[in-house]
Ligand binder design. Sequence first.
Ligand code: DP6
Length: 365
Amino acid sequence: MVSLPCMSSAKEFISSGFSPIEGKTTWASPSNIALVKYWGKYGKQFPQNPSLSFTLSKCVSTTRVAFKPKEKNQDKVSFSFLFEGKKEIAFHPKIESFLKRIALYCPYLFEHDLEISSSNSFPHSSGIASSASSMSALALAIVSMERIVNPTMSLDYFNQKASFLARLGSGSAARSIVGPIMTWGETTSLVYSSQTYGTQLSEKIHPVFKTFQDTILIIDKGQKKVSSTLGHQLMENHPYAATRFAKAHAHFASLLAILSTGEMDDFIALVELEALTLHALMMASNPYFVLMQPNTLAVLNKIWAFRQDTGLPLSFTLDAGANVHLLYPEENKAVILDFIKTELSTYCQDGQYIEDQVGAGAKML
Ligand code: DP6
């Protein structure tokens, strides 16, 4: 993804000269877990600070888009949507506004009827946000329509445009295209970083991180207490916003060094600090929110005690909810999974957790 000079303007993603065709395309796109968090945005989905994430492999959305030329109403987007085989009109407004937003860059959307069907590999009610995987899968399918007409499109351009469109659906979706690590948001630490799309981290990555494990403890299956949209908005007048954004830049730079050396103690300290900072920002917002549940805190204490007792590099990160992502090297998998099963699963709702790991990115099926 980095060989191509960075697209400096969104205009470069506007396609033209596309005669309507019939066809279908299916993509499986993963979720991702941020180590340096995106929290705060402005304008049309631009991040206030750079973020960096592990691309996951098992938590995926699979989205099929069948398309055919439209006969009339070429000034509107037209689509049907099935979620896990059923009509789900609750999702319609979000998809419609996404398609309208990206139609400027994909005018061919006005010329086709779309049949979209999507499913997730993870349970719908698991408290796992699916916007990263679902929006990236849909964006990939839409750029694939364009690639059918223009098969010489470079892979770099394809990935960049897919990430660019995915970002317009959900910011974190910009980081779900390739693996094992993606970044999004301009930073002086990376010449190829971009505000408008995510880029694969192509710096040196210590082998330990290429197979890193992420076991997601489902502490609370319910809807998120605070939507990401509201959370990002709360950063707009947040008293600590400027400090946070400066810290995120500094953390990003430190993390790049850690990812290349594999220095585990530094990794743990930085990743946990980022997670707790996200929650602290929410607690200091007006209005304030506590996103942890008692079981979240109980698990964190268990992790710290386990690390103290065993010396094993088990760490955690959190998204904007109560669930806990346990991060650890593959070589410690057996011992840590045993610890999860015997000591942590009791804090999970219905004992549920998902074993995932760093992955290679989205796949066309
Ligand atoms: C805490 O990408 O869900 O997971 O752009 O409004 O769709 P929108 O927000 P979203 O925010 C993700 C927030 C986060 C941190 C991260 O993934 O970087």
